[in-house]
Design a protein. Sequence first.
Length: 90
Amino acid sequence: RWVYLPNVHLEPAWLARLGLMLESKAERHEKHPDFRLWLMADPRGPLPPRLLERSIKVACEAPMGLKASLLTAIQTDPLNDEMFFGACPQ
């Protein structure tokens, strides 16, 4: 129930539609408690403000390689905080 979408800044039109779709589902209370959406983007890219407002943002300096990048991302707050994942029973 977790979805990871890398480089979303490369498709700004699609990202805007994704933001509207997620917002619509949230307004209709159609959210699954176990669902998590991870979006990776260049911070200088065109990101819809409404999507950013409803998100938890984590900024990392780019380390060398994918493995180091993922390790840095999951070892920083709030990702290493037990309360962050408390709402997800998985």
